[in-house]
Ligand binder design. Structure first.
Ligand SMILES: [Zn+2]
Length: 304
């Protein structure tokens, strides 16, 4: 009898994506009420810092000591405990003041695209930014409207008024490459850089399976009906708190009827042309998103 997992690759495709490599041990069972204060007092603690949503870096270094964080005016009252790397706590905190000379403030998109930092730091920064984003957007109780306070090192917000407990949310997004034999369905949103074409995507809705969301979103945006759906990989996407769920989808139709509110173009691209878009050698300058993005790798996995 064949091994149940014989068709499953040892290296998960997710591990090749930006933001996906993250060695921080979350140890949720150790997130006691005192864990954050203990971590802040630990000399081995290291911080990821953010100013106005951009990550602070010094050269190729993204981690700062407590003394450095204080010197940069980090808001340690808003610090969150991400977890540990061995015995050393990893934290994140927002910084109100603009960084001084020698410290850069850069968007995580740019950092992940450029790839100058270690992959583990890019993953840690994504965890940090996703969690800080959630706190920034959930300061009031969604049940009664009272101000909430951070608990469990930042992995919960409690409401002192109605005793509600709120947990960090991750918003699932399906992103799919729909294919018809040797052709792939790609679209362009008006906000994309010039020449960019990507996979169609959209948020899952309550009560929906991943597969049904792939079929619904593809139909809504292109009027292409989808048959079989195969999950391929996932990517943390901290803009602000999403998880991209990448799938390949089997087209049942050929005739596209584009959702003009969502897409300014939507077409079938032959495999040979897609390969030039991946390689950035397309004669008209058409291109897919960068290699760190799940869209690029979903397309590459199909195009071979
Ligand atoms: Zn409440």
């Amino acid at each position: 009898m064949a091994d149940f997992f014989s068709g499953v690759p040892q290296r998960e495709p997710s591990q090749g994506l930006g933001f996906a490599v993250n060695p921080i041990e979350r140890r949720s069972e150790e997130r006691e009420e005192t864990a954050l204060a203990t971590a802040l007092g630990d000399p081995s603690a290291r911080f990821y810092l953010f100013h106005a949503g951009d990550a602070l870096t010094r050269g190729t270094e993204a981690l700062f000591t407590l003394a450095e964080a204080e010197a940069l005016h980090a808001d340690l009252g808003a610090a969150v405990l991400l977890g540990w790397l061995g015995p050393a706590p990893r934290l994140a905190a927002p910084v109100d003041a603009p960084p001084p000379d020698g410290i850069a403030a850069t968007s995580l998109r740019t950092i992940a695209t450029e790839g100058a930092l270690a992959a583990a730091d890019i993953g840690g920064l994504a965890q940090a930014q996703g969690l800080l984003n959630w706190h920034g957007r959930h300061r009031f109780c969604s049940n009664c409207g009272a101000p909430t306070r951070m608990a469990r090192g930042g992995y919960r917000r409690d409401c002192p008024s109605c005793s509600g407990e709120h947990f960090p949310r991750t918003d699932p997004v399906v992103i799919m490459l729909t294919v018809d034999g040797d052709n792939a369905l790609l679209g362009r949103q008006p906000r994309f850089p010039a020449g960019f074409y990507s996979c169609l995507a959209g948020f899952l809705e309550p009560g929906e399976t991943i597969e049904d969301a792939v079929r619904r979103e593809t139909y809504e945006e292109s009027h292409i009906r989808v048959g079989r759906v195969r999950y391929w990989a996932s990517q943390p996407w901290p803009f602000p708190t999403s998880l991209m769920i990448g799938c390949h989808a089997e087209a049942l139709d050929r005739d596209i009827e584009r959702d003009a509110a969502e897409l300014e173009d939507c077409r079938w691209f032959p495999r040979a042309e897609v390969l030039t878009m991946l390689a950035r050698t397309h004669p008209a300058g058409l291109a897919t998103p960068p290699a760190m993005a799940i869209a690029h790798q979903l397309i590459a996995a199909w195009a071979g």
